[in-house]
Write a protein that binds this ligand. Sequence first.
Ligand SMILES: C[S@@+](CC[C@H](N)C(=O)[O-])C[C@H]1O[C@@H](n2cnc3c(N)ncnc32)[C@H](O)[C@@H]1O
Length: 355
Amino acid sequence: MTRVLETGPGTRDDPHAQARDARNQPLLLHSMALFRELFAELFDRRSIRTVVEIGVETGQVSACYAELGAEAVHCVEPVPSDEMRAAMAGNDALHLVEGRSPQVLSQLPVADLYVIDGDHNYATVRAELDWILTHAPDALIALHDVLWPCSRRDQYYEPHVLPAAQTHPRTADGPTVWHDEVTPAGFVGLGQFTAAEHAGGEGNGVLTAVEDALAEHGGRRLEIVPAVFGLGVILREDADQDLSDALRPFTSSALLKAMENNRIALYTRVLALQHEAVAHADEADRQVRLLAERHSEAERLRRRCDELRVRHEEELAALRNRHAELQRRFDSERPPKLVRELLRVARGLRRRFRR
Ligand SMILES: C[S@@+](CC[C@H](N)C(=O)[O-])C[C@H]1O[C@@H](n2cnc3c(N)ncnc32)[C@H](O)[C@@H]1O
């Protein structure tokens, strides 16, 4: 469970309490569990007995709704993980719905609160809102990811279940706040989800879906809490002023807005640095492999040199032996000195008699 700041600033005797709290948080806060105090405002002011939670992931937020007073929470998730099943086990208020929104919505009881945090793209969110606004017009609706990065750019967990005409060209690259194009060093889905290559335009993004749905159905407005990717709350124009007032400290907070912008700037900077670090590590690995290859080639050449040196020394020794043997034979076959002297005398006599 994502823990909110629990220990405060620490004390003189325990000065590291806040730092401990900070390092125990995930690097990227993204769960709706962080909005618990905002949901408490809704539960305090409305009778919320039945909740439909779309997009459950780890299940860490589902129990919050029960704790705040819901009798039944229908948790819709296409592929529930073991972690999620474990988080839900033993809580009778939580009902796992292994299915896909918006298709399953008609099979569930009409709810007092719908929490939309499933597939963050225009086609899915628009269809979810159209269904809820038509079949549960009095329900409260909260949606996650109405701000960057999904506000004006589709994200797809399961694009294959959507009509092709309702999706945009997709990429495994992700957005960053540091430039407008997607990048492999950005906020990527790591195989879990992909993003639309281009932001903006029609039929693109969660906020665009909300705007279009509200324009069509009328009588409602969207309030945005500018934190943790943006929480949207859809309120009825004529009946929910008290909720609007209760949420105002959050929805109108310039401080929250500035902190969220700072958070996504810092986080995408961290992503870029991580990407660079991985690229450097890959390059270092490549250099190490190259060095190892060169080292083993040098070793191979050194061994070959040693072999040749040994062979040449053997050949040289053999030649020296042969030379010595020939020298010995030559020496043994040379006429002795006296004979050589007689021959010399004989040659002299022969010359003299010829004359
Ligand atoms: C961002 S996570 C939800 C996080 C969770 N609400 C929280 O705050 O901790 C989105 C989840 O929606 C699920 N999902 C994707 N498409 C869906 C769909 N069509 N209907 C319901 N859930 C969907 C994904 O499998 C993923 O677990």
